[in-house]
Design a protein around this ligand. Sequence first.
Ligand code: PEP
Length: 258
Amino acid sequence: MTRKPLLAGNWKMNLDHFEAIALVQGLAAELADMKFDYSSADVVVIPPFTDIRSVQTVVDSDNLQISYGAQDVSTHEAGAYTGEVSATMLSKLGVSYIVVGHSERREYHHESDQLVGEKARVALAAGMTPIVCCGEGLEVRQAGEHVNHVLSQIDGAFEGMSAEDVRKCVIAYEPIWAIGTGEVATPEDAQEVCAAIRGRLVELYDQTTADTVRVLYGGSVKSSNVAEIMAKEDVDGALVGGASLKANEFAKIANFNG
Ligand code: PEP
């Protein structure tokens, strides 16, 4: 089973809409210089909400093959939910992917596995692909409980979801101790947990589902380490934070095979 690699850049709360335009144009130019083959991998940028409309304009007007996502979504469709953004609003802006359950949302906004699952369903219902994040903190890893911890997050987020819907999701394993710290998990660490996630999908669903879902690694991925991580059998891509803010660096990450 070949799964198309997915390289997604999570900009977090960085860049205004002018800077967003420059970064997407720069990324497209870098990829063109590298003669990047868009059939080899999906390239996705995930800007803050305020930049999405500008990113859409660049992508549409320059006819780019770069996709874009959002960093969160409301579980509500409309109404008195100050500060929230609905799935319909995002889908009308051409958003293809929605990150749900990033560790920063879990930590600062107390998002539970159940809420993460609800957000994934809302994204799916609006025709977008959820990138469901999971990952353990340092203490859990040091206690050797990382696999159990991540699998319980998977169980919680996917509870009650049909195999058909799960197949449309992407999962991102992001050990919290490796996010933004410069401390990257070894390729073996990434493989261990990504393989365990796939194994859980076999248990919860079936082999076809497990073979279909793309499982990404995230945590201090750079152009210098992406190839060895991507070489692992169960790692289908990367969710990239800091290194996605530089056009040349993120283009090199997308072109990891080049
Ligand atoms: C992230 O925010 O999802 C992430 C992996 O960040 P970084 O690449 O900076 O560690």
